[in-house]
Write a protein that binds this ligand. Structure first.
Ligand SMILES: C[S@@+](CC[C@H](N)C(=O)[O-])C[C@H]1O[C@@H](n2cnc3c(N)ncnc32)[C@H](O)[C@@H]1O
Length: 264
């Protein structure tokens, strides 16, 4: 995996300046997030099962062809990928997926959208975090869409709707189908333009409790610029920069805009 100077510089800054627990955090909601999500060491019931699925993917040597979308990949330089290589370097880590699980579970998110399915393992975390909710996950690559669909079927997890399409085409359509969006996860097409466009589109369906998560906010200078645009948006009342991903909230009860950094 290629790491660039922008990432290293920002990682070092994050390492030395980010908080490592909720001490001294004034916002009661942000403090709760620290306790219940970011630094909550509890292992949830489904984690063992999901970890077993991850381990199986890590030993799967099947090769598939994946079309290139959006901003491309810094990890792979050909269109042929082994499932185990994708499971190792192309999807959310165990820790990241567990944080998203805890977040959805804590906030009781019912309506979720994920941009970028890949193997669909992270989607299983999102679905199991709230079995009464539904996750819609968009993937442009047909082979990945097929793989993720069969992974969820094999594991009997049915509260997911996988969509084979580009984000640009499918997101506006999906948003017309729902009344409100509780959880929005942007994990693909890492360009400034695209990230801002998806953010603005999703804003039309946000509610007071919604959370939007942006992956790879330090992937490139333009992604960091997109993140700055997002946290400065007038509707955002709380932002949390966790380096690997950034979280934004719109709660009106948070009366003055708060931007926090956590080392998770
Ligand atoms: C980083 S992976 C997603 C990982 C997954 N969300 C996780 O947490 O493990 C990004 C995926 O988004 C897909 N993708 C990127 N840009 C896209 C676009 N514009 N339309 C549809 N799919 C896209 C890629 O094919 C890739 O599978």
């Amino acid at each position: 995996m290629t790491i660039n100077f922008h990432q290293i510089k920002n990682f070092v800054r994050h390492f030395f300046t980010a908080k490592r627990n909720g001490h001294g955090v004034h916002s009661p909601f942000a403090y709760q997030l620290c306790e219940e999500v970011f630094y909550n060491k509890n292992k949830f019931y489904y984690f063992e099962e999901l970890n077993t699925i991850r381990n199986l993917l890590l030993t799967n040597e099947t090769e598939i062809t994946v079309e290139d979308f959006g901003a491309g990949s810094k990890t792979f330089n050909s269109n042929n990928r082994r499932i185990n290589a994708l499971a190792k370097n192309g999807i959310s880590t165990n820790k990241q997926s567990e944080i998203l699980f805890k977040l959805l579970n804590f906030l009781n998110c019912k309506s979720s959208i994920e941009l970028g399915t890949s193997l669909g393992l992270n989607t299983l975390y999102l679905a199991l975090a709230n079995k009464y909710g539904e996750v819609k996950s968009i993937e442009g690559s047909k082979n990945l869409f097929d793989f993720a669909t069969s992974l969820s079927e094999k594991n009997n997890i049915h509260n997911i709707k996988f969509i084979h399409s580009t984000f640009d085409k499918a997101l506006p359509m999906l948003l017309t189908e729902i009344n409100s969006l509780d959880f929005f996860y942007v994990d693909g097409n890492h360009t400034y333009e695209a990230t801002i466009t998806y953010f603005k589109q999703a804003l039309t369906k946000k509610n007071n409790q919604s959370v939007f998560v942006f992956d790879d906010i330090y992937w490139s200078k333009e992604m960091t610029e997109a993140w700055r645009f997002i946290i400065n948006h007038e509707e955002v009342t709380l932002s949390i920069d966790a380096f690997y991903f950034g979280f934004v909230f719109f709660r009106k009860e948070i009366s003055s805009k708060t931007n926090l950094k956590f080392y998770i």
